[in-house]
Design a protein around this ligand. Structure first.
Ligand SMILES: C[S@@+](CC[C@H](N)C(=O)[O-])C[C@H]1O[C@@H](n2cnc3c(N)ncnc32)[C@H](O)[C@@H]1O
Length: 217
């Protein structure tokens, strides 16, 4: 898939805010027990399947990567923003973080046992989601699991000058029905879908889908 022009805007946005973002969200999972439960369930599935490494795509400062690692998952992070990768490496020196885009990763077909996209699809223009899901499907080994979380809604939220930095970006809110349909159309089985009410500083309901590339029988 050709890199969309939105990538450079997204990269510049997260390069500018990486340090502040890491500080703000450092302990966010502490107040989100349902999210921890979903990530823990994914970790158990990935560990039990034992099909290969898990990639946390759009890993940001790496706290989800670190949680999965603490749960025994062979996991590494990938992020578009070199500053986010630098922050994640500094905060989690024992873990691997690479710079790259989930739209086209330099990884072989079927080389991943699992994919996590935790609030990182939200900067992909919705019309490009089928191509991103096709990339996840290509990367996963048959039987591999995909976990994705996103804000629910039908209009993007425009963020201007976060933490006082002179950048702005659209955050796409998504329809769980549409994401589920797209995943099925790509060839995934959707095993779990949750929608929960907002907690903490969240403004909208939050969705999570657990899908799987069919195993070869
Ligand atoms: C809202 S943050 C979420 C970070 C982390 N997953 C978390 O839950 O805190 C979105 C992250 O996705 C990254 N991102 C956005 N588009 C990406 C792409 N095409 N490939 C890789 N990372 C991307 C951004 O750089 C940013 O770090």
């Amino acid at each position: 898939m050709a890199d969309p022009s939105s990538l450079s805007t997204t990269q510049a946005f997260y390069d500018a805010i990486a340090v502040d973002y890491a500080e703000l969200f450092r302990t966010e999972l502490d107040v989100k027990p349902v999210d921890r439960a979903l990530l823990t369930a994914f970790a158990e599935l990935a560990r039990t399947a034992d099909l290969g490494p898990v990639a946390d795509l759009g890993s940001g400062p790496g706290h989800v990567t670190a949680l999965l690692h603490s749960l025994g998952v062979d996991v590494f992070g990938v992020d578009l923003s070199s500053e986010m990768v630098a922050v994640a490496r500094r905060l989690h020196p024992g873990l691997r973080f690479d710079q790259g885009s989930m739209t086209a990763l330099d990884l072989a077909d079927g080389s991943l046992g699992g994919v996590v996209s935790w609030y990182s699809l939200i900067h992909t223009p919705p019309e490009l989601l089928p191509a991103v899901f096709a990339e996840f499907h290509r990367l996963l080994v048959p039987g591999g699991h995909l976990l994705t979380a996103f804000q629910v809604g039908d209009r993007p939220m425009h963020v201007e000058q976060p933490f006082g930095h002179p950048v702005s970006l659209d955050f796409h809110r998504l329809s769980p029905d549409q994401v589920e349909d797209l995943l099925r159309a790509t060839g995934f089985i959707v095993n779990v879908r949750t929608v929960r009410e907002p907690v903490s500083t969240e403004k909208t309901r939050q969705a999570c889908l657990l899908a799987q590339k069919p195993a070869i029988s």
